[in-house]
Design a protein around this ligand. Structure first.
Ligand code: G4F
Length: 329
């Protein structure tokens, strides 16, 4: 039987790498779009894909170019496309709003247009975000909760969500959005708060660092394990009808609690190292996010397995073990 073909944008990131591994394990032919600079410097850009790199088919392309996306779509003719690529660090959206708007909104629009013209049978998953809820009007947040983004990043995700819905309705395409709450892992980028804490705590324990600089540690997030969440992306595209789903654990915790678990695991008291720095505060914060994943539970069979504490422990043990061996993170 012919292998199903998959195309992933953002394949070099945390979610892209877990998704690629998962889909290869299901027997798919996995293609990825990567920037030319990544192909020129694979050691630096492909570390998350090391396990499966030789099984992937990579195409040089950029979200900023409609012709390139169209050409790749036409040549690959994927059965499913997972659009994960984006500028995804919320803080940056306050510093470089215009570039984030450009990449995230136009990139999604170009990809949808390329899909419609070059490969309309392909099913598309768009990576939405709980940042779309922002200053949420109800708790927990579900698919029907009104969006009130608090950053340009959140705003670009709302635009992507609406574009995805509009292409579904206007052109009868199978396109849907997963509204994923924060999902972390040892592959998380170091700029995000969980990985910043796990890596810095490990360095402090080993005498390589002295302080833990942070911003608002009272912010609450619904944190789950990225390796599980990518499986839901796949399940969403196997439904009979395209629909949008919220995916999260249904639990919320503060950044402070994450600090406690991580530093506690290393027999340290985070208060001895914590330095609150104003520049890590955001001009507009999202104070509280927590998912109501009932729809995903009922229709997709979703249930998060790794809890908050296990996730934090997994991350800090990973970072500590690597640094202790003398390797760099
Ligand atoms: O780890 P964060 O930067 O993640 P954030 O902003 O919640 O966004 C992440 O999750 C979204 C899903 O809801 C994704 F769409 C998005 O792409 C990204 O993956 O910050 C978490 C919280 C914030 O409230 C922030 O103000 O931690 C607080 N925080 C406190 N000190 C800090 C810091 N965040 C960072 N990155 N660095 C700090 O020093």
């Amino acid at each position: 039987m012919k292998k199903k073909k998959i195309l992933i944008t953002g394949i070099t990131g945390q979610d892209g790498s877990y998704l690629a591994e998962y889909l290869l394990s299901l027997g798919y032919e996995v293609h990825g779009i990567v920037r030319r600079v990544a192909l020129e410097d694979p050691t630096h850009h492909f570390w998350r894909l090391q396990k499966v790199l030789d099984q992937l088919i990579l195409h040089s392309g950029s979200l900023e170019s409609f012709p390139t996306l169209f050409k790749i779509m036409r040549e690959v003719q994927p059965d499913e496309c997972y659009h994960l690529a984006a500028q995804s660090f919320v803080s940056v959206s306050f510093e470089d709003e215009f570039s984030m708007m450009q990449t995230n909104i136009n990139g999604t629009h170009y990809l949808l247009a390329a899909l419609k013209d070059a490969c309309p049978e392909c099913r598309l998953y768009f990576a939405g975000s709980s940042e779309m809820f922002g200053k949420a009007e109800e708790t927990p947040q579900r698919e029907t909760t009104r969006f009130h983004p608090r950053s340009v990043y959140g705003l670009t995700k709302v635009a992507g969500f609406e574009l995805t819905r509009n292409y579904r309705e206007a052109y009868n395409l199978f396109t849907c959005t997963g509204i994923l709450f924060n999902h972390e892992s040892p592959r998380r980028g170091y700029e995000f708060v969980t990985r910043k804490i796990s890596s810095t705590a490990a360095r402090i324990k080993l005498g390589m660092e002295k302080v833990m600089p942070l911003g608002n540690i009272e912010a609450k997030r619904d944190w789950g394990f990225a390796g599980e969440y990518v499986q839901m992306m796949h399940v969403m595209l196997q439904q009979d009808v395209p629909e949008d789903f919220v995916v999260g654990t249904g639990e919320t915790h503060t950044v402070r609690e994450f600090l406690e678990v991580v530093f506690g695991e290393l027999n340290l008291n985070y208060q001895d190292y914590l330095v609150i720095e104003k520049n890590f505060y955001r001009p507009a914060e999202v104070d509280l996010l927590v998912a109501d994943p009932q729809k995903a539970r009922e229709k997709l069979g979703w249930k998060s397995k790794m809890n908050f504490e296990e996730l934090a422990l997994q991350m800090v043990r990973h970072d500590y073990d690597i640094l202790k061996k003398g390797d760099d993170l």
